[in-house]
Design a protein around this ligand. Structure first.
Ligand SMILES: *[C@@H]1O[C@H](CO)[C@@H](O)[C@H](O)[C@H]1NC(C)=O
Ligand SMILES: *[C@@H]1O[C@H](CO)[C@@H](O)[C@H](O)[C@H]1NC(C)=O
Length: 394
């Protein structure tokens, strides 16, 4: 009996120390970060990241503790890392330099915080990211303004529960990632702040964005070229410019977007609801796109396809738009317009399905639908969309 107990005890001790060895924690404060909101804490973050990324444990945790404000210059948190999973516990606040003249960029690509070449990353903790963007907003040249949070070449990333505000430009950009989930984030910037998209996705696949509130001065979510297999659900958007596929095909680009599913989203007083926009002169396609269970309240242009976006230039080419459905879109428009389908007369939009559309003006009056160059069907549409065939007539 005694022997058994000893064996058991040894086993318990051994296994608990084994567990401890599977896990390690690195706190930015123990790397010299002050968290006083004034001192530049970038060096401490970079040092801590180096140890987290090189840790010989299955999981390594980077802690950004609560009740502290860490001022950070642009920084690049790069992999590949040794741990299978890195957890970033963002419990406190990180802020950018307040004056735009004080920013020290790492290279000509304007970014504030970048995660790149990482597989297995979880960022959570209920903290705040504050891009202090106000100083940038009145600069007209978009190319000089930084993105706040950038994910590049990443795989299996989870970003959840945080408040992210006042980016100089877009708040989150996702580029060349495969497998990324964003949820329970609250993104805010003033309605008048230009180019402050919530989330931009390009060149990426298997992206899931849900259960979040996005209120900014530009697109809530924009899905750009090279992107496929995106699910977006349970998003509250507004103010802002809505959820958009595009703009695609700028400067003759060959754009490809497919398998996009947007479900159960609410738009409050946004300029657009759900939108596809492609530039005249572009190539490629946007196809297999579904928007469903969409609620609009006082949205200026609730449903839009614009294949001649900023329609200028040379060509008769355009990004091909096909197999796009808008199902169960209900609510009010803040203008006269409920549905606008504006497709190129040569390339056109095919297999467009509108099903259960019910949009009226805020005073209850009848709203308008306009339609050019689109081929498809409208089931139970109020208002009737003229160039689509009405299911009642089939
Ligand atoms: C998107 O939703 C579909 C259908 O529910 C599911 O099969 C797929 O795995 C989801 N993809 C992502 C990236 O969430
Ligand atoms: C729709 O989204 C809201 C959050 O915006 C959520 O509370 C609700 O449960 C969702 N409904 C469905 C059917 O998914």
């Amino acid at each position: 009996m005694k022997f058994l107990l000893v064996v058991l005890l040894v086993f318990v001790i051994a296994s608990s120390s084994l567990c401890a060895a599977e896990y390690s924690t690195f706190d930015v404060v123990s790397y010299g970060a002050t968290g006083n909101g004034q001192t530049d804490d970038t060096k401490a973050f970079v040092k801590a990241w180096k140890d987290v990324c090189g840790a010989t444990h299955q999981t390594a945790k980077l802690v950004i503790p609560q009740n502290k404000i860490f001022m950070l210059q642009p920084l690049s948190l790069k992999g590949p890392c040794k741990p299978a999973t890195i957890e970033v516990r963002l419990e406190g606040t990180v802020i950018a330099p307040k004056n735009n003249g004080d920013w020290k960029f790492l290279d000509e690509k304007k970014k504030w915080i970048e995660f790149s070449d990482i597989s297995g990353l979880v960022i959570e903790g209920g903290g705040l990211i504050d891009g202090q963007g106000a100083a940038w907003w009145n600069i007209a040249d978009i190319s000089v303004k930084p993105t706040a949070l950038h994910f590049h070449k990443c795989k299996d990333v989870i970003l959840r529960s945080m408040h992210h505000k006042n980016s100089p430009k877009n708040h989150i950009s996702i580029n060349t990632c495969n497998g990324l989930e964003i949820s329970h984030v609250h993104i805010t910037a003033p309605m008048q702040s230009p180019n402050t998209d919530g989330i931009d996705i390009s060149g990426s696949s298997n992206i899931f964005i849900h259960s979040s509130i996005i209120q900014t001065g530009d697109d809530c979510i924009a899905i750009n070229s090279g992107t496929s297999f995106v699910n977006i659900s349970d998003i509250f958007c507004g103010p802002g410019h809505g959820i958009s596929v595009g703009s695609l095909g700028r400067n003759g680009d060959d754009a490809r977007v497919e398998n996009i599913h947007v479900r159960n989203c609410t738009f409050l007083r946004s300029t657009n609801g759900v939108r596809l926009k492609t530039w005249r002169g572009g190539r490629g396609y946007a196809r297999k796109i579904v928007f469903e269970d969409i609620k609009v309240v006082g949205v200026m242009r609730p449903v839009i396809i614009n294949q001649n976006y900023l329609g200028v230039v040379d060509g008769i080419s355009a990004v091909k738009i096909s197999d796009v459905s808008f199902r169960n879109v209900k609510g009010t428009t803040g203008s006269d317009s409920a549905v606008e389908l504006s497709c190129d007369p040569y390339v056109g939009c095919n297999d467009i399905v509108l099903d259960h559309i019910s949009i009226v003006k805020e005073d209850g009056g009848e709203a308008k639908a306009s339609c050019a160059g689109a081929q498809g069907t409208c089931f139970r549409c109020n208002p009737i969309v003229p160039c689509l065939s009405d299911s009642h007539l089939i």
